[in-house]
Design a protein around this ligand. Structure first.
Ligand code: GLU
Length: 461
């Protein structure tokens, strides 16, 4: 059997960290087995679904590298199949039309509340023989006794007594099928073998299993992933970092760092914390997904982000760094892939890295006052003149420039910082840059000299 999983988000809210983790686990499971992973946008709630939320889902998944097989499927476009399934159940006497008004249902609920019973439909219309000429919903005839077992790959075997499951509405008064019906029809139709989703859906699963049986469909395997809580143990909210997944990009996170972090949030592989994407695919299994909620840990995410910024191949960082430099023209400087190695070690996140990379593409227009005061003294101008003379007369390289600075300073009996720091201020506006040889190599002779000259003029005036 080829494993086929899916991610089935409703575009009614943003794709958050929890949804992204569900998508990741589902994706990893399929990729581990060399199976298929599909994306189904459950846009049946037309009122609450938005194009913006759909876009965040697509962008977020692409950013995380969770590629889906085939085109995304939009559930709304499959309504005919859902309606056909409802009609089949009606024809076979496995579903019925329910004419109970909202008032009537409210009364039933109120009575149950007073009697201390669980609120559920009381089956008033279950055995009606006559059709009525009034609005109706369609309800599924749930078995009245026995049990429905969910044999969950994460939570274990969970038993639901059928008497606690009331007759589910499978089609609304306006003729639109509901979630539980649509999801069963779609998962079966798409050949999903493993339904991996959040444990908030566990209570829907016995209903769905009953629908699979009634429709004569094969029941897939289920894996319900416990939810993510905030560091304080409360349900994850915006305050805990549960923002749209695309915001993690804005904040300077590397997609693989987010994946690595999310994978460990609920799943374990011994005591290991750091996994490459290939290792995640190789090791991932549902047996090692814990059955209790996990706590979101911002520090660990940050730590992994810094780790992966250092550990990634420069070429794998280029797109993410370039994302923060779209406002500047990088075509006239060194290749970003050559700049990145100079900054990886010293950057906590991608915003810092991109910020530090800007100096290679944009000449300073101002010079930090504090740095100028500290680094420009009487003798500085003469040192700079000597450096310029060397650069103009000898073959340029970062290494050579470094040596000139050392030689000039030695001859003057001062330390290297007396010349290296003023050069930094003139080329970057601030006294910080990667090592001077690397910086000057990347910047090149013409740009270095032009910035130094321009800076001297500016500071002297
Ligand atoms: N569309 C549902 C949701 O976003 C998920 C359905 C499922 O995974 O079965 O919560």
């Amino acid at each position: 059997m080829t494993v086929k999983t899916r991610f089935a988000p409703s575009p009614t809210g943003m794709l958050h960290i929890g949804g992204a983790r569900t998508a990741l686990f589902s994706w990893l499971y399929a990729r581990h087995f060399g199976g298929e992973f599909v994306l189904r946008i459950e846009d049946t709630d037309k009122e609450r679904s938005t194009d913006e939320a759909t876009q965040v889902i697509l962008d977020g998944m692409k950013w995380l590298g969770l590629d889906w097989d085939g085109e995304p499927v939009f559930q709304g476009a499959r309504q005919d199949k859902h309606i056909a399934a409802v009609n089949k159940l009606l024809d076979e006497g496995k579903a019925y039309k329910c004419y109970c008004s909202k008032e009537k249902l409210d009364n039933i609920r109120e009575k149950q509340r007073i009697e201390g019973k669980k609120a559920m439909y009381d089956g008033t219309c279950r055995n009606l023989t006559e059709e009525q000429d009034s609005p109706f919903v369609v309800r599924f005839k749930s078995p009245e006794d026995g049990e429905t077992w969910v044999k969950d790959l994460v939570l274990g075997d969970v038993c639901f007594p059928n008497e606690e499951i009331d007759d589910l509405i499978i089609m609304r008064t306006d003729g639109t099928p509901t979630y539980n019906l649509a999801v069963v029809v779609d998962d079966a139709d798409m050949g999903i073998t493993h339904v991996v989703r959040g444990s908030d859906h566990l209570n829907n699963t016995p209903r769905q299993i009953q629908l699979y049986h009634a429709l004569g469909l094969d029941v897939p395997k289920f894996a319900h992933i416990p939810l993510i809580h905030g560091a304080d143990g409360a349900k994850m909210s915006k305050r805990h970092g549960s923002v749209a997944i695309t915001e993690y990009r804005e904040k300077g996170y590397l997609p693989h760092a987010v994946n690595n972090y999310l994978a460990r949030l609920g799943w374990s592989h011994g005591d290991d914390e750091v996994f490459s994407q290939a290792q995640l695919i190789e090791y991932f299994d549902l047996a090692h997904v814990g059955a209790s909620p996990s706590r979101f840990d911002q520090d660990k995410l940050d730590w992994l982000n810094t780790h992966w910024i250092k550990a990634s191949k420069p070429a794998d960082l280029v797109d993410e760094v370039a994302y923060f430099m779209q406002d500047i023209d990088t075509s006239h400087g060194p290749a970003l892939v050559d700049v990145i190695p100079a900054l990886q070690e010293r950057s906590k996140n991608l915003i810092e890295l991109a910020g530090a990379a800007r100096m290679f593409y944009v000449a300073p227009t101002e010079y930090q006052e504090k740095a100028v005061k500290k680094n420009f003294k009487e003798g500085t101008w003469a040192l700079l003149d000597k450096f310029i003379a060397k650069a103009e007369s000898e073959a340029w390289s970062g290494e050579a420039a470094h040596q000139w600075i050392a030689d000039i300073c030695e001859a003057e009996g001062v330390n290297m910082g007396k010349l290296a720091q003023p050069i930094r201020v003139l080329i970057a506006g601030v006294p910080v840059s990667p090592p001077i040889d690397i910086t000057l190599e990347l910047l090149g002779k013409d740009e270095t000299l032009s910035r130094i000259q321009k800076g001297i003029t500016a500071l002297k005036s």
